[in-house]
Ligand binder design. Structure first.
Ligand code: AMP
Length: 373
């Protein structure tokens, strides 16, 4: 029997372990927190991510290892890869950890991206702003997630505050992209070089955190799907990638511009659990364990809502046909992703009725307007 090891024990690890169990694969997770939510469905090794003893123990208990978040030290992963297969590899992880390397990679692979400049000091910032003009987005190169570690500079008066907030970090200044909408492409790539992509997913963020995902996008221009897939394949091919890869993109005037990658399963792919034949979690486990990839075909139209801070009372949602409830069993905390729900229906009437019912309980007008835009 194959044993899967996951560095990180959050909800992504939890959903990977659940998918693994359906394939009769056992999972061990490593996480510093005794109450890590994946620990309820998998064996837990409680250790810091850079604790060599803990990592060694995980490697000893695993035939293949993966991770559920980006900030695993890439060097720890490199060392571990000498004794255990790790998917995906440390090279792409190191790139995903640094926004500058990531954007340089996009350019190198001829993937369209907005203008960006490295900022190591204040004169760099002023020179970069000369190029981008206002608005622009100043971001830390490392350890940013869910909109953390970034400041939008809308006018020259914003510069002092943004600089004070982020000074001392290696930074990047990005041109502000006046995007029409945001999307992501999620695909799985295996040892044999086969890629399977899910349909492009349209995403809406609130305060930098993913709020809603919708897929497949009705009346999507097929060339957007093809371009997004081509971009994902280029990255996966370049790194002999194994596992699920996510690429977040902006759509501006009908064109795609890359924002960032996640070398792992991704929040905007949670709908695939209920909305496709084989979810991103199962496909990630399949690729890591050298199993045949599963179908990425959809079984209907899906809308995923993230539960942020606290999970609402499921009782009030039970009447909604096609709604699938996912509670990560995490303690409530402001800004924390604690669960999600996916509405999936293969008949338009059921989908639109579900959307009306859902929006009456969560999201309201904002959700309806976003879906119809
Ligand atoms: P990130 O952490 O880079 O994914 O940023 C989180 C969110 O901030 C994105 O999903 C966008 O909504 C917004 N954002 C980030 N970078 C830019 C940019 N250069 N221009 C416009 N919006 C941005």
């Amino acid at each position: 029997m194959t044993r899967l090891g996951i560095i990180g024990g959050g909800q992504l690890a939890r959903m990977m372990a659940q998918a693994a169990s359906g394939l009769d694969i056992t999972t061990t997770v490593l996480d510093p927190n005794a109450d890590a939510c994946a620990g309820q469905v998998a064996e837990l090794i409680q250790a810091e991510y850079n604790d060599h003893r803990g990592l060694d123990e995980l490697a000893g208990r695993s035939d293949v290892m993966t991770f559920d978040f980006e900030n695993v030290p890439a060097d720890s992963l490199r060392q571990l890869s000498e004794r255990c297969r790790i998917c995906p590899g440390a090279d792409i992880l190191a790139i995903a950890q640094d926004r500058l390397l990531e954007k340089n990679m996009f350019r190198e692979l001829d993937i369209a991206v907005g203008d960006f400049y490295a900022v190591n000091n204040r004169p760099d910032l002023l020179a970069a702003l000369e190029q981008t003009g206002y608005p622009a987005v100043l971001k830390t190169r490392r350890f940013g997630y869910d909109g953390k570690g970034q400041q939008v500079l809308r006018q020259p008066e914003d510069l002092e505050y943004a600089w004070r907030k982020l000074e001392g970090h290696d930074l990047i200044l990005e041109q502000f992209i006046p995007f029409d909408w945001e999307c992501s492409i999620i695909g799985v790539h295996n040892d044999a070089g086969e890629t399977r992509c899910y349909p492009l997913t349209r995403n809406h963020h609130t305060n930098g955190i993913l709020a809603y995902s919708h897929a497949p996008i009705p009346q999507l221009n097929a060339s957007l799907q093809a371009t997004a897939q081509e971009y994902l394949q280029r990255i996966a091919g370049r790194f002999n990638y194994v596992g699920v890869l996510a690429l977040e993109l902006f759509v501006v005037d009908g064109r795609l511009l890359a924002n960032e990658i996640a070398p792992r399963v991704h929040n905007s792919g949670h709908w695939t659990i209920d909305g496709t034949v084989c979810s991103q979690f199962e496909n990630h486990v399949r690729a890591c364990c050298g199993l045949e990839l599963g179908s990425t075909d959809t079984v209907g139209e899906s809308l995923m809502l993230n539960w942020i801070g606290k999970v609402p009372d499921p009782e009030s949602f039970r009447h909604i046909e096609g709604l699938h409830w996912h509670d990560y069993a995490k303690a409530a905390r402001t800004g924390r992703k604690v669960g999600h729900a996916t509405l999936t229906a293969n008949q338009p009437e059921i989908f639109s009725r579900g959307v009306q019912q859902l929006s009456a309980l969560h999201g309201g007008r904002t959700l309806l307007d976003w879906l119809s835009a």
